[in-house]
Design a protein around this ligand. Structure first.
Ligand code: NAI
Length: 335
């Protein structure tokens, strides 16, 4: 049966890498009808309504989307489209598996951890205002409902994937009420899963522990902001943002996207690495139940990295996006 998937090519290198991923997925023989849409409104202004009703409608209808990066202004400007999509579609779980890819130089070998980040609240609620000139207030929202939901997701994911241990990450020694509530919910859910080891760790110590010994971690459960920071740190352990995927999952839909940005410095040069969005595409195929195709693409990708002859510059090679893509498609025949 053909799947219908929303494709958001994104901006900067987004169209280049998403096109490459689409070609590889199509070449693997999965029958996908891609519905291409853009969430960028014609005119942006701070505080504007979500302008991309057609995108939301498409993702809701198709239940799955593959997305390239969208640029966001730093300080001032319109709110983040990426965050807006996640909130509007209630994609409450951000899932980022972090694993070494053989052939990619990195500081550690044998890293294999999964980050589960709450995706809808915390300081990302975007509730900021100037109290008096020179004083700004940003509201950190933590609710029992969202904290319990993400904890349940993390424990279910851990059990389903045969993983053993969850670390809940917090700063409840300082934010006693907000992070305290997050922990209370995690503990309550943990009690329902006696087969899974449950631990807690303060976020600053977590960063040090990750850099010293990432192998101690299996699944990590974090509120939104810590999850954002720690997941990039974790990506750095295995070679950077170019080689890790992500999925934003909700009850009714999911958006899979590379965690890197629009890379304006290399846009249009044909040298962008499509690995991260392709790996996100592999996660999407799993989500769609196309496990065999997902595994085949993964084997082809690993073969290209192991052989090392068609890698892009960011991972030490000389290949163009096109050459890398062709190499993965060719490796599919042997995978
Ligand atoms: P970036 O990830 O775009 O670039 C950082 C560095 O990594 C650059 O040197 C870039 O060339 C390189 N790089 C990134 N992806 C690459 C790839 N696939 N292949 C080869 N090299 C790659 O981060 P930056 O510069 O902080 O952000 C640029 C824009 O992207 C901003 O507007 C930001 O808001 C947006 N962004 C969007 C995201 C999303 O849509 N999910 C996530 C992160 C940033």
């Amino acid at each position: 049966m053909a799947h219908r998937v929303t494709l958001i090519p994104g901006e900067g290198i987004g169209p280049e890498v998403s096109q490459a991923a689409r070609r590889i997925i199509d070449a693997a023989g999965v029958s996908i009808e891609w519905e291409e849409v853009s969430p960028r409104p014609a005119e942006e202004r701070p505080g504007a309504e979500l302008p991309y009703a057609a995108v939301l409608e498409s993702v809701r209808r198709n239940r799955a989307a593959l997305k390239g990066p969208m640029a966001t202004a730093i300080a001032g400007g319109a709110p983040s489209i990426n965050v807006g999509l996640r909130q509007a579609l209630e994609l409450y779980a951000n899932l980022r598996p972090v694993k070494n890819l053989e052939g990619v130089k990195s500081r550690f070998d044998g890293v294999d951890l999964v980050i589960v980040r709450e995706n809808t609240e915390d300081l990302y609620a975007g509730l900021e205002h100037t109290v008096v000139p020179g004083v700004v207030e940003s509201l950190k929202i933590i609710t029992e409902k969202a904290s319990t939901r993400i904890a349940r997701f993390a424990f279910e994911y851990t059990r389903r994937h045969g993983r053993k241990k969850i670390h809940a990450i917090h700063k409840a020694n300082i934010m006693k009420l907000s992070d305290g509530l997050f922990l209370t919910c995690a503990r309550r859910v943990a009690a329902d899963y006696p087969d899974i080891e449950y631990k807690e760790l303060i976020v600053d110590n977590t960063c040090m522990q990750l850099v010293l010994n990432p192998h101690q971690f299996d699944v990590m459960l974090l509120p939104n902001l810590y999850g954002d920071v720690v997941s990039d740190l974790a990506a750095g352990l295995v070679g950077g943002l170019g080689v890790v995927p992500s999925g934003n999952l909700g009850e009714k839909a999911a958006i899979f996207e590379a965690v890197h940005g629009t890379a304006p410095d290399i846009t249009g040069k044909g040298i962008a690495n499509p690995t991260a969005i392709l790996m996100s595409g592999i996660m999407m195929l799993d989500y769609l139940g196309e496990t065999a195709a997902a595994q085949r693409i993964e084997r082809a990708l690993h073969a290209v990295y192991r052989e090392g002859e068609h890698l892009t510059r960011d991972v030490g090679g000389h290949a163009t996006t096109e050459e890398f893509t062709a190499a993965v498609i060719s490796a599919l025949g042997r995978a």
